[in-house]
Write a protein that binds this ligand. Structure first.
Ligand SMILES: NC(=O)c1ccc[n+]([C@@H]2O[C@H](COP(=O)([O-])OP(=O)(O)OC[C@H]3O[C@@H](n4cnc5c(N)ncnc54)[C@H](OP(=O)(O)O)[C@@H]3O)[C@@H](O)[C@H]2O)c1
Length: 247
């Protein structure tokens, strides 16, 4: 391992915003450790990131399994000796309605979006505090900030991560460990592509820039918050939404 080699772990790296973030970080010279479930897609992202000449490793991991998450993070740290950043980009979306709480999607969404962010953060934070540096970026959503009918569980899960971001930032601050959130608006990924096509006029009205983001436009602000260029920013939510909520 080169002495100045910097390492970032990215969850949700097999698709969408996580994938674009892994590529953006590799372009900036970071070694990347890619977490997802789909082996074939992870291998494709590994190939893409290795083209930048950086180290890239893949891990198939179910993020709702706390023990498995700890094992994988311990394994990565044992091989690298340092971790500079963690991007929690994994997430799922289904429509739910609060009046139909028995819908099992409620629990699944909280499990993946909240615990799937909490477990990696808990697995890494003590190591970052001990080494005296590091940056965690959580990917939340514009839906965490507004009430939104039929997105109830998703919005609640992202609200919980918004709050968690501030608490973890307080825990790490004195040891030079920063924790922030990036808050995407509508972004064209597998999660949203069909919804975007079906609701193109709705989003055109909602978003002053009149278009969805490309995943790379969310990835670059994430990479900024991972980097030392944001060395005095912690506990914040950086909105990347084409002006959504201004209108
Ligand atoms: N797209 C948008 O408009 C938008 C807007 C606001 C916020 N966000 C947030 O941005 C993040 C990325 O979303 P995206 O649009 O890039 O979605 P995406 O393309 O569907 O990617 C989701 C990623 O999460 C991983 N994942 C899901 N469940 C997992 C689990 N249980 N364990 C491990 N990995 C799991 C998937 O891995 P596998 O495919 O390998 O299973 C995939 O890599 C999410 O947190 C989402 O809520 C997205």
């Amino acid at each position: 391992m080169a002495h100045d080699e910097k390492h970032v772990i990215v969850t949700g790296a097999s698709s969408g915003i996580g994938r674009a973030t892994a590529v953006a970080l590799a372009e900036q010279g970071y070694s990347v450790h890619l977490i997802g479930r789909n082996a074939e897609r992870l291998a494709n992202v590994q190939t893409e990131t290795r083209r930048e000449g950086v180290r890239s490793t893949t891990y198939q991991l179910e993020l709702t399994d706390k023990t498995a998450v700890q094992q994988v993070f311990d394994e990565i740290y044992a091989t690298t000796g340092r971790i500079d950043g963690l991007v929690n980009a994994a997430g799922i979306f289904y429509t739910t309605n609060v009046l139909d709480y028995e819908d099992p999607s409620w629990k699944e969404i909280m499990d993946v979006n909240f615990y799937g962010t909490l477990y990696p953060s808990l697995a890494l934070l003590p190591k970052l505090i001990a080494q005296g540096f590091g940056s965690i970026v959580n990917v939340t959503s514009v839906d965490a900030f507004d009430g939104i009918s039929n997105y109830d569980a998703y919005a609640a899960s992202k609200g919980a991560v918004t709050s968690l971001t501030k608490t973890l930032a307080l825990e790490g601050a004195a040891k030079n460990v920063r924790v922030n959130a990036v808050v995407p608006g509508i972004t064209d990924t597998e999660m949203t592509h069909e919804r975007l096509l079906e609701n193109i006029e709705k989003y055109r009205k909602k978003v002053p820039m009149q278009r969805a983001a490309q995943a790379s436009e969310v990835a670059k602000p994430i990479a900024f918050l991972i980097s030392d260029d944001s060395s005095y920013i912690t506990g914040q939510s950086l909105h990347v939404n084409g002006g959504w909520r201004l209108a």
